[in-house]
Design a binder for this molecule. Structure first.
Ligand SMILES: Cc1cc2nc3c(=O)[nH]c(=O)nc-3n(C[C@H](O)[C@H](O)[C@H](O)COP(=O)(O)OP(=O)(O)OC[C@H]3O[C@@H](n4cnc5c(N)ncnc54)[C@H](O)[C@@H]3O)c2cc1C
Length: 163
């Protein structure tokens, strides 16, 4: 019998990253441990008040972090089950093909990624299905990217408009 303290996979954090990984791995039958440093978000009326949540930062961690020079900084982060993804704006973008290449900024060069947009495209598509991303692509031509599932996104959008 497997030790109760043995896990095949340990996922740290329960936001979009950890949660998506868990969703993908759960049917595999592997023993999975999910660690989350935060508690559940307390259910309160003010959670529906964007001023309290976003401007007054009701749920932000009160921890003080320090920058590389030892100066204190506020991390603007929420540590709860669900992570910052409990509070985020739900706008899910793809990077463009050229964002993976070397980019020259005023402040210096951002080196090319070791992978390309094409490597990630199938996973963008799976994630967009999981998160029911919808909208019309390509309105702004210079932002348009090659997608393998444009038609399903469009039809989902049409269905949404009919209701
Ligand atoms: C107000 C707001 C609006 C946003 N809007 C958008 C948006 O529209 N679109 C977008 O793409 N992004 C948005 N973001 C950014 C967004 O939060 C991230 O893109 C996304 O939620 C990150 O997911 P994640 O899983 O990487 O991290 P998180 O959701 O932050 O989850 C990380 C989790 O790990 C836990 N954790 C960290 N360290 C440890 C540890 N050592 N042990 C155990 N647990 C640990 C944390 O407590 C947290 O729960 C927004 C963020 C905020 C705050």
């Amino acid at each position: 019998m497997a030790s109760p303290n043995h896990y095949d996979v340990i996922i740290i954090g329960t936001g979009a990253g950890g949660g998506t990984l868990l969703h993908r791995l759960a049917p595999s039958g592997k023993r999975i441990l999910v660690l989350e440093r935060g508690d559940y978000v307390p259910r309160e009326k003010a959670n529906w008040d964007s001023r309290a949540v976003n401007v007054e930062a009701k749920h932000h961690t009160k921890e003080v972090w320090h920058d590389q020079d030892g100066k204190p900084l506020h991390s603007h982060t929420n540590c709860y089950v669900g992570g910052n993804t409990k509070f985020y704006g739900a706008a899910l973008f793809r990077l463009r093909e050229r964002d993976f290449g070397e980019i020259r900024h005023h402040g210096g060069i951002s080196p090319a990624w070791p992978i390309t947009y094409g490597d990630l495209e199938p996973y963008y598509t799976k994630a967009e299905h999981l998160y029911e991303v919808h909208g019309t692509r390509g309105r702004i031509r210079r932002w348009a990217t090659c997608r393998s599932s444009a038609s399903s996104m469009r039809s989902r959008c049409r269905r949404a408009h009919r209701h």
